[in-house]
Design a protein around this ligand. Structure first.
Ligand SMILES: Cc1cc2nc3c(=O)[nH]c(=O)nc-3n(C[C@H](O)[C@H](O)[C@H](O)COP(=O)(O)O)c2cc1C
Length: 199
């Protein structure tokens, strides 16, 4: 059981995906394991034709199923999230995110659509049964700068949101695990009629 990093950008040099990987590295420093899934690596025809039986799509669905938590990143496109991310989410079962924690991330050209995750993506995540959708992290292009030599530069306000998001996800994951352990080890009352005395 681990965390899935789901990248929703169709771009090969994606800012939102770099932010996602940064969040993954931060979670790893807190001892969490993660795996990655990029929608742009999935077969385009299967996504467009909503081919639930495609082998690669089935593998991706399994990755989602196996995750306790999903960190989803997307660019803002036309005041919403990317169409290719929606094409993949459409291929998840109705309760595909049931019981899972979700941390949404997005990058956009300006602050104008900073609520796109809350009014466009969050309802879809809830419809897929997400147990707890954590506060979203939104950054503009100016706040997340990639340099091949220096790496990713994150503006301090966003860096603080990332720290809060990572700690929030980590704490909730520990709570979720404790709850699942205690419910699995909880005493199940045995009806008196079934009590057998071994004398
Ligand atoms: C097709 C397209 C539509 C876009 N629409 C918006 C938009 O509505 N609002 C916005 O703030 N930025 C918009 N942008 C800018 C992207 O959200 C921004 O460049 C983002 O950082 C790209 O993320 P990526 O590098 O992870 O793909 C758009 C970019 C493209 C290519």
């Amino acid at each position: 059981m681990s965390i899935l990093l789901l990248a929703g950008s169709p771009s090969l040099s994606s800012r939102s995906t770099r932010l996602l990987h940064h969040v993954g590295e931060r979670l790893a420093t807190l001892g969490h394991r993660y795996s990655k899934l990029h929608v742009l690596d999935l077969p385009a025809q299967a996504l467009l034709q909503a081919d639930f039986n495609n082998a690669d799509i089935k593998l991706a669905q399994q990755q989602v199923r196996d995750a306790e938590a999903v960190v989803i990143s997307t660019p803002v496109y036309k005041a919403a999230y990317s169409g290719v991310l929606k094409a993949f989410l459409d291929l998840l079962p109705q309760d595909g995110l049931a019981g899972k924690l979700v941390l949404p991330l997005a990058t956009g050209g300006s602050q104008s659509h900073m609520l796109a995750l809350d009014y466009a993506l969050r309802p879809v995540l809830s419809a897929l049964g997400a147990k707890h959708v954590l506060p979203s992290i939104y950054a503009t292009e100016a706040q997340i700068v990639w340099d091949a030599e220096k790496g990713l530069a994150i503006e301090s306000g966003i860096a603080q949101r990332v720290t809060e998001g990572v700690e929030h996800l980590s704490a909730n994951l520990h709570t979720l695990r404790r709850a699942s352990v205690s419910s699995s080890t909880e005493f199940t009352p045995v009806p008196f009629a079934q009590v057998r005395c071994s004398v």
